[in-house]
Design a protein around this ligand. Structure first.
Ligand code: ZN
Length: 89
């Protein structure tokens, strides 16, 4: 891992609250996390739509009820679920 600030080598520095690897630069002491810059990119839908889908999931709306109004495939709805789709149908 390379420091985001000075481009020097950074070493592992535990994990953050979300479970991502944390790093600390040996030179400038800066710490940062190994978080993907666009975590919803793999969904291939606009962030606003992904946020809408996630909101509906949190509201307890079923997958089949979401995919119509949100115009997304149910697989995309399932992919947007922060807690995964195990144990639900
Ligand atoms: Zn640095």
């Amino acid at each position: 891992m390379v420091c985001h600030g000075c481009q020097n080598e950074a070493v592992k520095f535990g994990i953050n609250a979300q479970g991502f690897q944390r790093w600390r630069c040996k030179y400038c002491g800066r710490t940062f996390s190994d978080i993907p810059e666009r975590p919803l990119e793999s969904l291939r839908i606009p962030f606003e739509k992904a946020a809408q889908v996630v909101h509906m999931i949190v509201e307890g709306i079923g997958v089949r009820a979401i995919e119509g109004p949100a115009s997304v495939h149910r697989d995309t709805v399932l992919a947007a679920m922060p807690f995964g789709n195990s144990g639900r149908c």
